[in-house]
Design a binder for this molecule. Structure first.
Ligand SMILES: [Mg+2]
Length: 183
């Protein structure tokens, strides 16, 4: 279980994309002569992101690899903060977003899998590694998920975060109330 004191002060969940929101795979090829990169995203992770934002916690994706698959998935989930930056520049890019949103490092949880994520993970209140993270990343993190990236790791983090804040049931109820409103 996440530490409730830390969980309650989290205002933003930062997610690395490759290896966290995906299983680290990218299919490269050509379709009708056009170079294409496809990625596979976990649908349960997506629902978790909806629940989390319903609970008032912001979500930011950080990626070192520009990809139309990532943009499409972010658009589908209404994730408007997608930071695409060189892998060695994640900290300044992420910090700029936090400054703009007036959120402190101490109010951030971040999920990563590889060495470029380390400088960000070392600054946040709640650093989390996925099950498939590199050993150096696991060592640097407070928690390691049971699920692998692209296979429910993000959903696991979100459920644990909401539960340790005592907000999970309310988030689910809010989702269904919203569905009724739209009907
Ligand atoms: Mg990664």
């Amino acid at each position: 279980m996440f530490d409730a004191t830390i969980s309650r002060r989290i205002r933003l969940l930062g997610l690395d994309v490759d290896g966290v929101l995906t299983a680290n795979d990218a299919w490269l090829g050509e379709i009708d002569g056009a170079k294409t990169e496809l990625k596979r995203f976990d649908i349960q992770d997506g629902f978790g992101i909806r629940l989390l934002r319903g609970a008032g916690i912001e979500v930011a994706w950080v990626t070192g690899r520009a990809s139309s698959s990532t943009s499409l998935r972010a658009e589908e989930l209404n994730v408007t903060t997608v930071i695409t930056v060189a892998p060695d520049r994640k900290v300044p890019a992420f910090e700029a977003v936090l400054t703009e949103k007036q959120i402190a490092w101490d109010e951030v949880a971040f999920v990563g899998d590889d060495i470029p994520d380390l400088p960000v993970l070392q600054r946040v209140a709640l650093p989390i590694a996925v099950a498939n993270a590199r050993p150096e990343v696991k060592t640097a993190c407070r928690y390691v998920t049971e699920a692998r990236g692209g296979h429910g790791a993000v959903r696991e983090v979100i459920d644990r975060l909401l539960r340790s804040r005592g907000e999970f049931d309310a988030a689910v109820a809010r989702f269904f109330a919203g569905e009724r409103q739209r009907a």
